[in-house]
Write a protein that binds this ligand. Sequence first.
Ligand SMILES: [Mn+2]
Length: 202
Amino acid sequence: MENNLEQAVREASLSRKTNETDIALKLAVDGSGEAELETDVPFLNHMLDLFTKHGQFNLSVQAKGDIEIDDHHTVEDIGICLGQALREALGDKKGIKRYANVFIPMDEALAQVVIDISNRPHFEYRASYPSQQVGSFSTELVHEFLWKFALEARITLHVIVHYGANTHHMIEAVFKALGRALDEATQIDPRVKGVPSTKGVL
Ligand SMILES: [Mn+2]
């Protein structure tokens, strides 16, 4: 368990203020599923709560945004902050599993999330939802959030919603799968010596 002893506490906090949003975010990778979410986008709070619970992270987000326009900037900027926090929290990535492939069902819906903590930002997304809105939330913002998260975290992220009939369920399955996949890929594997790359750096 040498790796564990050498591992610094994997957490990061940051704040980001623009003319569009004002965000404070704290992420602990090795948490207990505790979420404290105060954003102006209730559906995103619900999704981040699931993400945190099923990823066994701790996450707090306080976000104010220009939701009088729409939710876009707030959702996008929380994705940016979460990505930056993940990247910072993981540090040199020594000893991590790096990859994960997770399927999560939510009743009739099935989502798959495949991750490589690669330091190579890439996002693939295959999802077609029956409705364009969940409550007041536009489903196109799921793409926006995930893409900016992957970009700033510098991970390879593939998200596939295989099928489903209820848009709320389908998106819920995505965020649960994202949490579970990130939990697995960020786990310290005692067999991994140093950085899990033949290049020697991630
Ligand atoms: Mn729900």
